[in-house]
Design a protein around this ligand. Sequence first.
Ligand code: NAD
Ligand code: IPM
Ligand code: MN
Length: 360
Amino acid sequence: MRLKIAVLAGDGIGPEVTREATNVLRAVAELGGHDFTFVDGLIGGIAITETGSPLPTATLDAALDSDAVLLGAVGDNKFNSLTPDKRPEAGLLQIRQALGGFANLRPSIAYKALSASSPLRPEVTENVDILFVRELLGGLYFGTPRSWNKETNEAVNTMRYTRDEVVRVARVAFELAGKRRKKVTSVDKANVLEVSQLWRATVTEVAKDYPDVTLEHQLVDSMAMHIMNIPRNFDVVLTENLFGDILSDEAGVITGSLGMLPSATIGGAVNLYEPVHGSAPDIAGTGKANPLGAILTAAMILRYSANLEQDARAIEQAVHRVLDAGYRTADIARGHMSGQQTVTTQEMGKRVHQALAESI
Ligand code: NAD
Ligand code: IPM
Ligand code: MN
């Protein structure tokens, strides 16, 4: 199997975790006889510093010319005073739009070995397996008009969705639910927002094509509570862009750390793969970053861009085994249990690599 992967490591811990993810992919290629090539590109703050743009044309061209894009993270506090269109994050939003993927899949799984890493009680997190399907190209992130008028002290963002945008992402959610526990929970704020009323009406209509899948609607505020209270009740959770951004970070609490969460964005010209977390400037350069979110993101590349389900599972199982063996980066080392060893980003990556070699 040949696969050309554009690697956009970005800022902060982005390069640190991406390195471990590509190392794991190299190991899979070697063990499975695949031919994976990696093409590096600049994005985010580092791209602004080196080229003046958060998404240089060369990066976009390389991404569009690849089979999959692996992105680390963007964001650097030194750009905090810039307007949104000039910041590192603009590069991420531009590449999402250019690649065209509208369905951002964010699994949140409770690992048995990490039950002490979550502040939630083990009986609450046990067997939790949620898949967020977050709409990624609409809503407040891209709606116009948008502005900040410094004279009148008025700022505007627009939450906008068309029916077609809701239909296409809802179909992804129902298709995936059909292969899982057959339940879709659609999240909105239909008690206040017209956009959410359109969302709810459209999702309800799409549901008719999937009679074996149960649909429920939840308002976003109480959903934030339900997810912590009874996370086991949820299978596929379908959200608009900003609600999904917020709820998926919240769901990091179920796993034990935001650093554990992977994502894949499908439906466009080239799929985009990124861990859910950001550039984590508070721990960048310390070797404390958890690379497992990025490594699990690499598994999603194999699943969704290469149809290498076996290899994707091999990576996921290797992660399970490393956790079962007690290896922890600082973020999941909570609990100080005996039999655990706190390791650096690099050591964690190496452990997964080794576990993979033993099983593939
Ligand atoms: P963040 O996700 O970077 O960090 C939140 C907290 O989680 C921090 O305490 C951090 O140390 C911890 N954390 C995150 N990833 C971790 C990992 N892999 N291992 C261990 N701990 C981890 O969010 P933030 O601090 O709100 O944002 C920092 C910057 O990242 C901002 O500029 C933001 O815009 C950007 N950001 C980028 C992306 C992306 O590129 N996809 C996503 C989210 C935030
Ligand atoms: C994410 C991030 C991004 C988002 C930011 C950095 C633009 O928080 O990927 O979750 O809000 O989508
Ligand atoms: Mn986010």
